[in-house]
Each structure stands twice: as structure tokens, then as C-alpha cells.
Design a protein around this ligand. Sequence first.
Ligand SMILES: O=C(O)CCC(=O)C(=O)O
Ligand SMILES: [Fe+2]
Length: 466
Amino acid sequence: MAELKTISLSQLLEVDPQAMKELEDAATLQGFFYLDLRGSETSRTLRDVEECVETAREFYAMPFEEKLGYDIDKLGMHKLNGYKPEGRNAGIEKGKQDGFEAYLVPRDGMCNPLFDGGKIMLPGPLDAHRSLLERLMNDLHAIGISVLRALSLVLRIPVERSLEMSHRHHCSSTSALGVLKYPRLWAESPQLGHGAHTDVGSLTLLFCSEPGLQLLDPKTDQWAYIRPKDGHAIVNVGDSLRFLSDHRLRSCLHRVVPPVEGRITDRLSCAYFLRPELDAVFMDDTGKSWKSVDWHDGKYKMFRAPTEKQQQDSVLTGKAGFLGSWCPDKYMVGTRGEWAAMALSSSKQSEQPFGMAILATSQESAVPCHHGAPAPAPDPAAASHSHPQQQPSPPHPTLSKNAQQQIWAWSLSGRTSNLAVEIATAGCACVLARLCVGLLRARREHSPVEMLMALEHGSRAGNRWG
Ligand SMILES: O=C(O)CCC(=O)C(=O)O
Ligand SMILES: [Fe+2]
């Protein structure tokens, strides 16, 4: 399980030295962190995220042909507006395409006027909630800009080159709000997950209540699940911010894969992709100069490319020849207990039963999770001028002794069965090795020289060959 730092937005807004240091560490070493939004200023945003996800559910329930009427690859030049069906991109396993649907709503045309002053078209369910989407995008944009401001400060970037200067409020950008749906997140599904990638933009603020998201943790060089956390955004640095910060910030590899045990149906995630102005210029890892919009378009082209082409390039994952494909068995050992704990807390958060036997037996013994909705709030855009009141931290879900023992036993049984397989494999390898040595000996004994010697010396050599 990934260990990510938790940083409080209200402490960042107060330029709290400890929070600033934690932000610097998280963004430079891991590129991922939790952003605690449980202050009064951001309670509206958290509620809006939930409403946005419900709205997306209505959209996804529409007939496929109707959804395809908003095909993202046909509606605009930059793949920023519209519907992406399952299977357009390469998936997490060789030979499988991706397993998620997505609807993307661009910031330009919603919060910023388009060049012709018009607004973008939206499908019925989303159009009915246009003002919600507009407000949510404005709020998440403002939160993202606050994080950029804190990063500029902590990295001591001069004001004229500050990170915010490449994300000016009224300038066109590829920023967008996305709602993703993973209908069948399990190993046997013919289309599966979200392939390994680094994000193209500056910051991604992700909200989800189901597990499945993994990062390739730079601390351990292992894939690790990121536990969803109530009231928190999972934030990650994208390529553009890495480049704009002279490569000091890390854009970390991540992907969405099935759970260790069981199946997840209809996993929904909501992401705000904060991206630089179209004309912002930066240098990639090879020293090549890019306009932000061209880097964006190039990356999306690579998402759609066949696996062989993806593999030759470094655009998708930052590492040429590396696709970060999913290898389920490798990550089973040692993660079972952790997974059970995560699934337990996530099923408590969403109040949905999780399809695992262990949970059925331990559910009644777990302490219920806090669902605190803080008081209604003023506009978060003005948050930087106010001094938020610190809410007492809600209690985290804790496991009873009984549940802990079950999880320990679950983990132990996984390790034991694996040990048995390892011993059996070692035994087979020994037998094989002995067989080979035996064959070699026999071959040596039957070598032509020895045969000649045996013939020459007849009975003196013994009657080895009769
Ligand atoms: O759905 C998720 O949890 C992650 C999505 C993601 O990584 C992306 O859209 O860039
Ligand atoms: Fe991503």
C-alpha cells in the first residue's frame, strides 16, 4: 500500500512552514499526495464532486449510440470535449484494450468564453447541471492554483517565472474536468483498466471512493495501491509541471488495475486536470522545446497508438521500452492483508458491501467511518484571504482485535501457500539439476575416446558396454 503524505489545503493557504515542507517533499520525491479538503471553505467542493459523479452516472446510463454522438475524437481538435468509449487506448495487459469510459468537459467554453464567445454543447444530463460543473471547475481550478503558488514559494521560483504565471486565469488552456467509469475491474474482463502513464498537464486532483489506482512508488520502485481517503483529493504532478519546474517536481507513473481479491463493478472517478496555457513553453527530458498544447496533443496521440508504437517511445511513461504492464501474481504476496484492510475501509466509506468473505465476518466488528460534512462555505476562490477555522480531525476507521486477527490470518495463509509453492519449485529444480548432471556423466562415459579405449583394452576396461 502506498504511503502518501497528507497536506492540508488550509495550512498551505496560511503558508504553514511544516505543510510547505511536506508539500515540497511529496511533490519532488513521490509526485503524489493527499490534499485534505475538509475545511469549511471546501465543503461545497466536496459535495459538488459527489453530485457531479451522480450526474455522470445518468450520462453513462444513456444508450451507447447516443453517448457516441459526443465522440471526443470527433468533437474538437484537442480531445478535450466529449465521450471516450471503452477500448480506445491500450490496456494494462498485452493484447487487451483499456476498460474505462470517460467524459471530458473542457474549461474553455465552460468557465472561459470560446474564441467565438459561445459555450460548448453538453449531453442532456450534463447540460441540466451546467452551473454545477462550471462552479466545480472554477473551485478545483482555484485550489490547483493555490497549490501551484505554494510550490513556487517553496521552490523559490522568481515571481516572473512562477508556476502560476503559466496558468493565468483568463488564458486558454487544455484544462478539463473528467469523469471516468470502469464498468468491470476484474482480471478476466476482455477490456481492462487504465494503462500506465504520467499525466500530461500540471496537477491532477482526483476523487474516487473505490480502490484500483496504483503508483509506481519511486521510494520502493514497486507498484502500490493508493487508498482512497474521504474528504481528500489524490493529487499528482503531471509532465508539464515537471518541465516547468526545471524537472525538480516528479510526474509519477500510475495506472488503474483490478483489486487483489474480488471484483469492482462501476468504479467512478472524477478528476480535474489543471494544465498550462496553450502557449506555455517548456523543455522535455531530452532538451527538446515544446508548446504546452503540442505536448498535450502528442501525448494523446500516443494514448491511442498501438502497443508496439507506445513501446518504442517514452512519451507515455517517461521511459522508452517500458509500458508498466500489469502482472497480477507478482503483487499478491504480502498485499492481501493490506488489501483486506483497504477494501474494508472503502466499503465502509461507500456503505456498500464489498464482495469478500473476510469482510462479511469482520464488518460488524469494525468501528464506523466518519462521514462529517462540514458547514456550508464561502467561495473557495476567496479562501486565500480568510483564516479558516480548524475542524477537529474526524476519527479514522480503526479495526477491532477480531478484524485485525482475521486480516493477519488472511495475510499469513497467502504467504504460507506461496512458501509451499516455492519449496515445491526448488525441489523440482533439484531433481532436474541432478538429472542433467547424470545425463552429462553418462554422455561423458560414452564419449568416442572412452569407447575406443574400452575396445582397445577389451576386458581390462571392464564390460561396461557388454
Ligand atoms: O481513474 C483513476 O483513478 C485515474 C485516472 C487517471 O489516471 C487519468 O485519467 O489520468
Ligand atoms: Fe492519470
